[in-house]
Design a protein around this ligand. Structure first.
Ligand code: ADP
Ligand code: MG
Length: 349
C-alpha cells in the first residue's frame, strides 16, 4: 500500500487524500460534496470543530488567506457558542443567568428568536434543559419520566430570554442551546469571509451542513449529495450556487434503550425526541442560519406541517424531506435541480 502511494505523483497523492477525506466526511457527516479535486488554484482545509468534521475549500488567488481566516473564525465561534464548553458566553449565561455576548452571539440569539417565532416554537433555542434531562448534553443518556419532562418543559420559555445591548439575561432556570443553528450561522459567516478576501467560488461542509459561494470554477453548479437516512448511499443530489444545503436527521445523534431509538431533535411541545414521522429534512436557502434553524424546525413539524410552512415562506427556502415509509417530497423551487434514483413528489406552491 505505502509502496503504491510512494510511487504516485504528488498531484495524484493529493487527490487520493482528498478522496479518503471526502469518504470520511460522507460517512461522518451524513451529507457530502461532490466537487472537483483541489488543483493549484484552490485551497482545502479539513478540521474537527463544533463536535464534527469540517472541510473548507476556496478557489482563486486569495484562497489560502480566506481559508485560514475561516478556520480561525470557526474556532472562535466554537469557543463562544458551545453550551458544552464551560467558558463559552452561552455557558456563562446558562450557569449565571447573565452574560455579555459578542456580536456573533447576539446575532445568532436574535436570529434564533426570529425563527422560534416564525415556526411557532418548533425551533426553540431554550431547549437546553430538555437536552440535559435526556443526557444529550453530557452523554449520560437516559429516558426520563413524564413528570420530569413536564418539570423541565416549564423552563423552556423563550420569553425568559432578555437582550439589552450586548447584555443577555435569562430567568426561571431557562438555558440556551445553539446546537440547532450554530453550524448554519458559521457557514454563513465563512461565506462573508471568503467574499471579503476576494474569493468568488468556494464550498464548506460543516458536518453535513454545506454552504456554497458562487459557482464551481468551471461555471457549473455545486453537486451536493444528501445522505439516505437508513440505507447506504444518497437520497439524491441537489445542484446549487450561492446556497446553503443543510440536513437534519435523527440518525445523526441518538441512543437506544429497550430496543427503541431516541434521537437528538426534540419536539418542544412534548419534551421528547420528535416523532413527526420524518427521517431526514434538507433545507436549501441562501441564508445558512435560516436553513439550519428550519431544518430542525421542519423535522419537528412533520411532512404536512413542513409543506404548509413552506407555502407561506417559499421565497425564503426550499426543502427535500424523507419520511419513515421512504416517501420523498421536494419543493418546487429545487425540483428542477434535484436528481434522484428514487421516486419523489414535487410539492407545488
Ligand atoms: P445537527 O446538529 O445534527 O446538524 P440539527 O441542526 O437538527 O442537527 O440540530 C440538532 C441540535 O439542535 C440538538 O443537538 C440540540 O442541540 C438542538 N435542538 C434539538 N431540538 C431542538 C429544537 N426543537 N429547537 C432548537 N434546537 C434544538
Ligand atoms: Mg438545524
Amino acid at each position: 500500500m505505502w509502496l503504491i502511494l510512494a510511487m504516485m505523483e504528488k498531484n495524484m497523492l493529493r487527490y487520493f487524500y482528498f478522496l479518503v477525506i471526502s469518504v470520511c466526511t460522507l460517512s461522518f457527516a451524513g451529507c457530502g460534496i461532490k466537487n472537483t479535486p483541489p488543483g493549484e488554484d484552490s485551497v482545502t482545509k479539513e478540521l474537527f470543530a463544533m463536535d464534527t468534521y469540517m472541510s473548507l475549500t476556496a478557489y482563486g488567488d486569495n484562497a489560502g488567506e480566506a481559508v485560514r481566516e475561516a478556520e480561525d473564525k470557526i474556532h472562535e465561534l466554537d469557543r463562544m457558542l458551545s453550551a458544552g464548553n464551560e467558558k463559552s458566553e452561552v455557558s456563562i449565561l446558562n450557569r449565571e443567568g447573565i452574560s455579555t455576548f459578542s456580536d456573533d452571539s447576539i446575532n445568532i440569539l436574535k436570529k434564533s428568536l426570529e425563527i422560534n417565532a416564525m415556526t411557532d416554537g418548533a425551533f426553540n433555542p431554550a431547549i437546553y434543559p430538555v437536552m440535559e434531562l435526556w443526557g444529550f448534553a453530557s452523554g449520560n443518556y437516559r429516558v426520563p419520566g413524564t413528570d420530569e419532562i413536564n418539570d423541565v418543559l416549564a423552563h423552556t420559555d423563550v420569553s425568559c430570554i432578555n437582550i439589552s445591548g450586548s447584555d443577555v439575561t435569562v430567568s426561571d432556570g431557562t438555558k440556551v442551546d445553539f446546537g440547532g443553528i450554530a453550524k448554519g450561522y458559521t457557514s454563513s459567516v465563512i461565506m462573508r469571509i471568503f467574499e471579503q478576501c476576494g474569493v468568488t467560488s468556494g464550498i464548506v461542509n460543516l458536518g453535513g451542513n454545506v454552504q456554497t459561494l458562487g459557482e464551481k470554477p468551471d461555471g457549473s453548479l455545486w453537486r451536493t449529495a444528501i445522505r439516505h437516512p437508513v440505507d447506504d448511499g444518497y437520497i439524491g443530489v441537489v445542484n446549487v450556487q450561492d446556497k446553503a444545503v443543510i440536513t437534519s436527521g435523527g440518525y445523526e445523534r441518538y441512543f437506544e434503550e429497550d430496543g427503541k431509538r431516541y434521537h437528538h431533535i426534540i419536539d418542544p411541545s412534548t419534551g421528547a425526541p420528535s416523532e413527526s414521522g420524518l427521517l431526514s429534512v434538507t433545507v436549501i436557502s441562501s441564508d445558512g442560519t435560516l436553513a439550519d434553524g428550519l431544518s430542525t424546525a421542519l423535522f419537528v413539524m412533520g411532512s404536512d406541517g413542513a409543506e404548509g410552512f413552506w407555502r407561506e415562506h417559499s421565497e425564503e427556502f426550499d426543502f427535500i424531506i424523507m419520511d419513515g415509509q421512504g416517501k420523498i417530497k421536494v419543493s418546487e423551487g429545487v425540483s428542477g435541480v434535484f436528481e434522484s434514483e428514487y421516486d419523489y413528489e414535487v410539492v407545488k406552491r
